[in-house]
Design a protein around this ligand. Structure first.
Ligand SMILES: [Zn+2]
Length: 248
């Protein structure tokens, strides 16, 4: 009772707003209002093998070119990467990502993770064989500046809904690479080489892991994380991001 009074007093003083549109929302609804949840530019069939995230990551990992892309995405191939929303400049997804990445709203990331988890649970097939979730790590310095790693919070949200455990300490980031937006595509590619490291590899031996990050852009960072995890004996890696930028 008392906590409810305190909560309603707090919401009067600093009302919770929707991370996508900025409208005031009831604290119980979450951090994205119902209207925005419907209006988000969701990826139509995220679990299809020819979804943009799957094709792009496949290309990055296997170092194929755009011309070869068409031939690599045959039907029937198992989907290894999924992304749930289109990242459109200044769109709703962009606002949500900015709220948890730069707006100090960690709860929004957990909520986005729950949305991802619900979609995965509904579909079933994609998560059925997954043993645990591994968030893409941030470099410690960047994490302490932000106060949290948003990928870890997305993973927590997915874990809440699917019941899958989160393994945060296994994958480690060695280099604090400079902001990727300031670099050319070539710079990005070479800069992302070997930036991850696996600690306690036997924790993941023989397992299928779900690697989680916020936005899939070029795929080079995620591709590198996949390759690093792939060094563990008998491990299988699947990837899920909240959003995918461009290429659809
Ligand atoms: Zn809204």
């Amino acid at each position: 009772m008392r906590s409810r009074i305190i909560r309603s007093l707090l919401s009067l003083l600093c009302p919770e707003t929707c991370a996508a549109c900025g409208e005031v929302v009831d604290g119980d609804v979450g951090f994205v209002c119902e209207k925005c949840r419907e209006r988000i530019a969701w990826v139509e069939r995220p679990f299809d093998a020819d979804n943009a995230a799957n094709k792009r990551l496949y290309m990055t990992i296997h170092r194929t070119t755009r011309e070869e892309e068409g031939t690599t995405a045959q039907e029937g191939r198992e989907t290894l990467a999924v992304a749930f929303a289109h990242y459109i400049d200044k769109g709703l997804t962009y606002n949500i990502v900015h709220a948890f990445k730069y707006g100090h709203r960690p709860n929004v990331a957990v909520e986005a993770g729950r949305m991802m988890g619900r979609r995965m649970k509904e579909e079933g097939r994609f998560v059925r064989d997954i043993d645990c979730i591994v968030p893409v790590p941030l470099h410690e310095r960047r994490k302490s500046r932000r106060g949290y790693n948003q990928a870890e919070l997305l993973a927590r949200g997915i874990g809440e809904v699917t019941g899958l455990p989160v393994e945060s300490g296994v994958l480690e980031r060695r280099v604090n690479n400079v902001s990727q937006t300031r670099q050319s595509a070539y710079g990005r590619q070479s800069n992302a080489e070997g930036i991850f490291n696996v600690r306690f590899p036997n924790t993941l031996e023989g397992k299928t892991v779900l690697l989680v990050d916020d936005v899939l852009t070029t795929g080079s960072t995620l591709g590198d994380a996949c390759r690093t995890l792939g060094l563990i004996e008998d491990v299988r890696v699947k990837v899920a991001t909240f959003a995918v930028a461009g290429g659809y």
